[in-house]
Ligand binder design. Sequence first.
Ligand SMILES: C[S@@+](CC[C@H](N)C(=O)[O-])C[C@H]1O[C@@H](n2cnc3c(N)ncnc32)[C@H](O)[C@@H]1O
Ligand code: SF4
Length: 449
Amino acid sequence: MEFEPLVKKYDKPVPRYTSFPAMPHWRIEDFESKDWPKQVKAGFQATTEEGISLYIHLPYCESLCTYCGCNTRITVNHAVELPYIHGLLAEWKLYLKALGSKPVIREIHLGGGTPTFFSAENLEFLIRSILNTAGLHPDHAFSLEGHPGNTSYEHLQALYRVGFRRVSYGIQDFDLKVQKAINRIQTYDEVKRVTDWARKIGYESVNFDLIYGLPFQTEESIRKTVSHVAELMPDRIAYYSYAHVPWFKPGQRAYSEDDLPKGEAKRRLNALGRDELLKLGYKDIGMDHFALPGDALYLAMQSGQLHRNFMGYTEHNSSFMIGLGTSAISDLGIAYGQNVKTVENYIDLVDSGQLPVFKGHMMSAFEQDSRAMILNIICNRWMNKADVEALPEDRKLIFKEMISEGLIIGEWDDYKVSEKGIQFLRNICSVFDPNFGNQPSKKLFSQAV
Ligand SMILES: C[S@@+](CC[C@H](N)C(=O)[O-])C[C@H]1O[C@@H](n2cnc3c(N)ncnc32)[C@H](O)[C@@H]1O
Ligand code: SF4
């Protein structure tokens, strides 16, 4: 089947499957914040020598990029830095108490907002303070999201000193018209400078975030963006589908929906960017991601170790992740929890000795199985025949249709996602998502294409 009718059929709201169940399907009515420390202890005891992961949310940005879907707080007042860092350390202390014994840290990811809004000194202080209270896994992987506009040499040096070896820069698009529309102007020279610095200091992996589907993007602008990428050859690239969710992020109303490439036009931008990146020698990983063949993410995919969580794809299957900071999500393997979203609320709670988790979800055994299947599709593009046989009849029909459309290929004792199917990976996952189709309102998820 040609792409156009497939796009018409599958371009509907579908979760991005960074978690399963997706957040709108969490049973928040069954969740009690006061029980969270017990869940933390139980989840931690079930982990082995793999070590734990920490996601640290640093919400501040100096100005709002209107396309942004992240939880941010816009300010130019840097006096907010230290009170927030003290809040994070107070929260970490509460977790240490709940864990009951000293954890070994394997992964740290500084996300945001803009981690590089904070001074190099404050970030180093934060990480040293955490590491002083924990063991360090010999094979640790620490990464940060850096804004090319404000990442300094000092930031990269300070974080390198405390073990960071990966940096991810938000680029999105190099075209000035697109940059103006999303209120995010950054030059190629700025991006080159921060990339060169990271390499000079010794960072082992530099990632660029790019997005397709932004206002005014054309095939020509995507070619231009990829040609700049080719000059710098980052080790990894995330080529995200723009998530248009203006009911949730009103900043996205700053441009007209008429200026957004949609449906088949958007799919073409995806296909073009993907082809150009493959021509440059990148290998495609899971969904939306690319890596050079020597990069750890590619090697993890080759050896079946690839994992996906709220931080995106990682090469470690860490089943216990604590999220610190406003809006951060923790994944304890047996339960999810999300922190309160405003800085004021967050600081009040941690100062009064309470973990700031305000909503969450306890995983049933059935959900743990469904999650394993969905992870397998989104990481390895692979489905077990027995799992397909166990699907309800109506889902089996959808699955069979996907086979006849060429999105899935049957093999000896399993099924694989085809080249064509990669662009509909979220739709394929949704067949194995027992909640899919039961959403209370249509306006929850971004479009699949
Ligand atoms: C927290 S930001 C990156 C760090 C830093 N704040 C910056 O902007 O450079 C995380 C990434 O999420 C992605 N992102 C944000 N909003 C998005 C949206 N609406 N659709 C798709 N991706 C989005 C962007 O690629 C962005 O680089
Ligand atoms: S894209 Fe980055 S800098 Fe821009 S508002 Fe979002 S988090 Fe802040």
